[in-house]
Design a protein around this ligand. Structure first.
Ligand SMILES: Cc1ncc(COP(=O)(O)O)c(C=O)c1O
Length: 391
């Protein structure tokens, strides 16, 4: 069979291959990227689904507007306003997970050969999705404070990219948190160079001790013109449930209209029942307490992991302790290769993801990503001890 030429740009992720090995009995896995299902507010979702059917059942079970189910658009806008961003319901569309928002942005913006700047490392599915549309991806380096803005500026001036894709808050896989000063500079750069900046923010609510700086979206109103050059992707996945597949996209009107048109051809609308359930849940007042449990649990697990890594692996590994999110991003010292380490670790029944696939190009093969989200303290300690034996 002759497949489309565009498939030549992409391949199934290396991570999927690794995941096939994770079924081994007794394995401790830091390899996943899922939230902990034990933290899902099942009772709250049960009530929310019942409320969705008790109210406008016809609306909740019918096809809906491509832009989104009214109450969910309102709820998403209210969520953003609660975090300081002045967003009205008609300035966003509901998407089937934020991953669809990224796909719609790719479809609407990227022509073959267009340059797109991404962080090195960045979210694997974005790399694949943008490559599918023919993007030529360019790496922007990061440090503990997120993307290096001096380097980003030089890259933007040199390459004139179609867009810049960033995960400013507790990135996947980097865990990094972009500083307030850098956030402001990025917005100014977007305006000065006339470049679309895409802020992907599924993890911002998962902070440990203190809230992160405001999102680019929340800061944009203080930078004249910035809202014209900013798209923001949000998601219910890490705060409520990824199985709902409810996310949203805020974008300037012309781009939002194109994304909506592309969505019409794609899935017509995001599940109205899922949207109605999510909207009822958000109206129920249960999100705050549920998020408090998630933050406390992930904070404890992140602390357990970073302490154990320092104790067990010492100088063999470098990392910055995350201040939120689900991941520790680390680098092996002494020229060690994380692929080889991952193979030895699996033999000792502990798994993590080597970092190379998270680089759009020029991978750093000494890096790795560890997720602490689904593993309790005792198993984190046991897993990291097993990693030491695999060094
Ligand atoms: C950075 C980032 N963006 C987007 C997504 C997609 O999330 P969803 O489609 O479930 O909203 C993920 C999921 O892991 C992610 O890590």
């Amino acid at each position: 069979m002759q497949f489309a030429d565009r498939l030549q740009n992409v391949e199934t992720s290396a991570i999927r291959e690794l995941f096939k090995l994770l079924g081994k009995p007794g394995i401790i896995s830091f390899a996943g990227g899922f939230p902990d299902p034990a933290l899902f507010d099942v009772e709250g979702m049960h009530s929310a689904a019942a409320a969705a059917l008790a109210g406008d059942a016809g609306g909740a079970l019918q096809y809906g507007a491509t832009e989104g189910y009214g109450p969910m658009r309102e709820a998403a806008a209210a969520l953003l306003r609660g975090k300081g961003a002045a967003v009205a319901a008609d300035q966003l569309i509901v998407t089937t997970g934020s991953q669809q928002a990224l796909d719609l942005l790719g479809k609407a913006m990227i022509s073959p050969g267009d340059r797109v700047i991404v962080e090195a490392p960045t979210f694997l599915a974005t790399i694949q999705c943008f490559k599918l549309y023919g993007a030529q991806l360019i790496n922007a380096p990061i440090d503990a404070d997120g993307v290096d803005v001096d380097r980003l500026e030089r890259l933007m001036l040199e390459h004139r990219p179609k867009l810049v894709y960033l995960i400013p808050t507790f990135g996947n896989p980097s865990g990094a948190m972009l500083s307030l000063e850098r956030r402001r500079r990025i917005l100014e750069l977007a305006v000065r160079t006339g470049t679309l900046v895409v802020e992907d923010d599924p993890y911002g609510e998962l902070y440990f001790d203190a809230p992160p700086p405001p999102s680019l979206l929340a800061l944009a109103d203080a930078v004249p013109g910035a809202r014209d050059w900013l798209a923001h992707c949000g998601s219910m996945s890490k705060i409520l449930s990824p199985g709902l597949r409810v996310g949203f996209l805020v974008a300037p009107p012309a781009l939002l209209a194109k994304a909506t048109m592309c969505k019409q051809f794609s899935d017509a609308c995001t599940s109205t029942f899922a949207q109605a359930t999510a909207a009822s849940y958000l109206a129920s007042g249960r999100l705050g307490p549920a998020l408090a449990r998630v933050r406390a649990t992930y904070a404890e697990r992140a602390g357990a992991m970073t302490t154990a890594l320092r104790r067990e692996l010492g100088d063999a590994i470098e990392f910055t302790a995350p201040r939120g999110g689900m991941f520790v991003w680390a680098r092996l010292t002494g020229g060690r290769n994380a692929n080889d380490f991952a193979q030895r670790a699996i033999e000792r029944l502990v798994a993590f993801v080597p970092g190379a696939p998270f680089f759009a190009r020029d991978p750093d093969v000494s890096t790795l990503r560890l997720s602490f989200a689904t593993v309790d303290r005792a198993r984190i300690e046991e897993g990291i001890a097993r990693m030491r034996s695999a060094l």
